[in-house]
Ligand binder design. Structure first.
Ligand code: MOS
Length: 741
């Protein structure tokens, strides 16, 4: 494709270092690698929710054309990580974390993988998989969240929190109370979960896998197959969206490795869209009960927040649903509880904004209700209860520009046009509503290691085994490196997604830029120091200077006092007789001083929408997303991330809901026709405004995270706008027309 064409109009394509590769199809994703002798695996799945396999007849499948093997619990080779400490208690850390596929004849959820057919083509594997016939001894199961949530004997207590007294709202002058439901929401990234496994002998494994954390997949597999970590290589060059779904390995990963080892051939296993529902985690179903009390002046006196979310029968997955209620606002009395309800479905997992995405639906909608009761503007109510000290640990925030966000968004959305009385404003016959809500997520700095290589041609290569699931990590890292080194961006490259590179963090929790960027900063600072030393030693004009007397720009080192005295990095390396400079550095840990601060990113989302008074169809008109995410490193990718989060929030508010038939524990709408992700026609103009204030306590770039706060708060802002338009408070997401009529 004509490179010039891409640079005109579609600015973000050129703004991303991987943009052109991605839009031209050159970027390679895990399933796309071609290996000689490749074979194709397809899962056979359970059709009951709980029980044991009585009989599985595999003969027909095994004799079908092209079939190489059928693997199930009766012929699956032993997997060391399935039971590592039976013989060796010291191996406890090596246990495979997750469903132990083909370990036994137990069925714990409907759609669980129970066998795997491997054939020479994918079509032959699909056909043969349909020939496997299974009979079961079915047992009673739990799949009906709504029915079981009141059954205390089924609930697992996760945590309780109390500050001041409990349930103080009851005695407040004004209070609101309500129950909220957030349904199962399924990750629907474009890229399906995919693994290609290939063994070199019995002790060396290479895996092309869709993963947000190549290093964590590597150590999980090393444990699973009892291998030296250095003998497991995980490659994840590109990720086609993940949002949390690839934060851990699903059954496809061990299964592909088991088959490849048994067959001594490469095995490719790509989940189907339907299997993305039954085998990959999802946002758990959550029921919440919240109450907030306040005085006439709007000052909060008490918050109560209880939540129950589901997990599976074989693992506990919990998230911080009630946490934001503990610290977002100044309030002397807060009590929260959080419980899990194990069901016979697959284990849920992190999904963009895990915890607060769900919790803020209750908290921010309840605050909106309270604002109407108090007759105080919802933004004003939040300003009244603003706190610069985290009330849970009494630590001041390292930075908090939430008030600035209110102001930015208020002006952009035209908040002054918001009707004070719900349902009182119409435009062209449509009811008009405005709403806002706050989002929050943890910030900080994790571990990362980066290698920098300055080559004799003046290019800088930066390497770390992080992955880039879409936010534009490579672009941000290139920008940081280019700016620090004074090298044009076109001459800087960032290599990632391969465990052979220095260890990088799992991309999650909005933390990549902070951790990897800090390590890049350390590498570049050391690189500049070395360049200065070389110049002082080998270049006569630099003799007797010290490192403070020089600076770096356009791939050159120059003397600050006289900018005409300079030498290019290329010439300097030549003169010093060095082919390259190579440096490895770690991100420094947060200092004890930095730990005296609370660290969060914040967002405020504003929505204007129309509701058709006859059909109750909601048409979003405008979204304004504002964020305090520290200093923005790469503006267009950051903006795109906020836009993508807003779209996810629209899905959460209006369209997305995974349905399970409680009679069978089976997913009903596990396809794109029936599971509604928002499409272009659902999405209005989205404006993104950043406070863009640096936070140098968190890292030397001054950045915080964006990924999660982009979504957290969007759904309640929409729900609040729906109330403003109609006077109807819908506490069960998604807000579909039938609930409004
Ligand atoms: Mo995110 S839910 O940490 O991928």
């Amino acid at each position: 494709m004509d490179k010039e064409l891409l640079f005109t109009g579609t600015y973000f394509v050129a703004d991303r270092v991987d943009g052109i590769d991605k839009v031209t199809g050159k970027a390679t994703y895990s399933a796309e690698h071609k290996l000689p002798g490749m074979t194709y695996a397809v899962f056979v799945c359970s059709t009951i929710a709980h029980g044991t396999i009585k009989n599985m007849s595999i003969a027909k499948a095994k004799n079908a054309p092209g079939v190489l093997d059928v693997i199930y619990y009766q012929n699956c080779p032993p997997v060391p990580g399935y039971n590592p400490y039976a013989k060796d208690p010291a191996k406890k850390g090596y246990e495979w974390w997750g469903l132990k596929v083909f370990a036994d004849n137990k069925v714990v959820s409907n759609g669980q993988p129970i066998a795997m057919v491997i054939a020479d083509t994918i079509e032959r594997a699909v056909h043969a998989a349909s020939l496997v016939k299974t009979t079961y001894t079915a047992e009673p199961f739990d799949a009906d969240f709504e029915k079981l949530k009141t059954d205390n004997s089924k609930l697992k207590n996760m945590n309780n929190y109390k500050r001041g007294d409990a349930d103080v709202y009851k005695n407040a002058e004004f209070f609101v109370e309500g129950e909220f439901t957030v349904p199962y929401e399924t990750h629907n990234p474009m890229e399906l979960q995919a693994t290609i496994a290939v063994w070199d002998g019995d002790d060396k494994l290479t895996v092309y896998d869709k993963s947000q954390g190549p290093k964590s997949t590597q150590s999980a597999l090393a444990g699973c197959f009892n291998l030296d970590q250095k003998n497991v290589r995980v490659i994840t060059e590109n990720v086609g969206g993940a949002f949390g779904s690839a934060l851990r390995s699903w059954p496809n990963v061990p299964a592909a490795c088991i088959a490849a080892k048994k067959l001594k051939r490469p095995v490719k296993l790509v989940l189907t869209r339907e299997q993305m529902f039954t085998m990959v985690g999802y946002r758990p179903y959550a029921w919440q009960h919240i109450a907030i009390g306040a005085g006439k002046d709007g000052k909060l006196t008490g918050i109560m927040h209880h939540a129950i979310s589901n997990t599976s029968k074989y693992e506990d997955f919990g998230e911080g649903i009630v946490n934001a209620s503990q610290f977002m606002y100044a309030c002397p009395n807060v009590n929260t509880t959080y419980k899990l309800l194990p069901l016979n479905i697959n284990t849920p997992t992190w999904m963009r904004g895990p915890g607060p995405a769900t919790g803020c639906v209750a908290l921010e909608c309840a605050l909106d209700e309270l604002a109407y009761k108090l007759n105080i503007d919802p933004i004003e109510l939040r300003m009244i209860n603003h706190t610069d000290v985290n009330p849970v640990n009494n630590l001041p925030w390292s930075s908090k520009f939430l008030k600035e966000c209110y102001q930015l968004g208020k002006e952009k959305i035209g908040w002054q046009n918001r009707p004070m009385v719900p349902g009182s404003l119409k435009e062209n016959g449509m009811l008009v509503g405005y709403g806002m809500a706050v989002g929050v997520f943890g910030a900080g700095r994790g571990q990362a290691s980066v290698k920098g290589i300055l080559k004799s041609d003046g290019t800088l290569l930066l390497q770390s085994a992080v992955s880039d699931m879409g936010p534009g990590t490579s672009t941000a890292m290139v920008k940081i490196g280019a700016e620090l080194m004074g090298i044009p961006q076109g001459k800087v490259a960032f290599e990632l997604g391969d465990t052979d590179l220095p260890p990088g963090p799992t991309q999650g929790g909005s933390g990549s830029t902070s951790a990897v960027g800090t390590a890049i900063t350390a590498v570049c600072n050391e690189m500049k120091k070395r360049l200065a030393e070389l110049a002082i030693e080998h270049v006569s004009t630099f003799k007797n200077l010290n490192a403070e007397a020089v600076d770096y720009s356009d791939g050159e080192i120059f003397i600050k006092a006289d900018r005409t005295k300079k030498i290019s990095f290329t010439d300097l390396l030549k003169q010093a007789g060095k082919p390259l400079i190579e440096i490895i550095k770690d991100a420094e840990r947060l200092s004890a001083e930095a730990r005296k601060f609370a660290m969060n990113s914040f967002s405020v989302h504003f929505v204007k929408l129309h509701v058709n008074p006859v059909t109750a169809v909601i048409q979003l008109k405008h979204i304004v997303s504002t964020a305090d995410a520290g200093k923005i490193i790469a503006y267009n990718p950051a903006r795109s991330q906020m836009v993508g989060g807003a779209v996810g929030g629209v899905g959460m508010a209006l369209t997305e809901e995974t349905l399970i038939d409680p009679r069978y524990g089976r997913y009903i709408n596990s396809n794109f026709a029936d599971y509604h992700v928002p499409v272009h026609a659902d999405i209005p103009a989205i404006d993104v405004l950043f406070a863009d204030q640096p936070d140098y306590i968190i890292n030397p770039m001054g950045s915080k995270g964006i990924g999660e706060i982009a979504l957290v708060g969007v759904a309640p802002a929409i729900a609040n706008a729906v109330f403003n338009a109609t006077g109807k408070r819908i506490r069960e997401l998604p807000i579909t027309p039938d609930k409004l009529l």
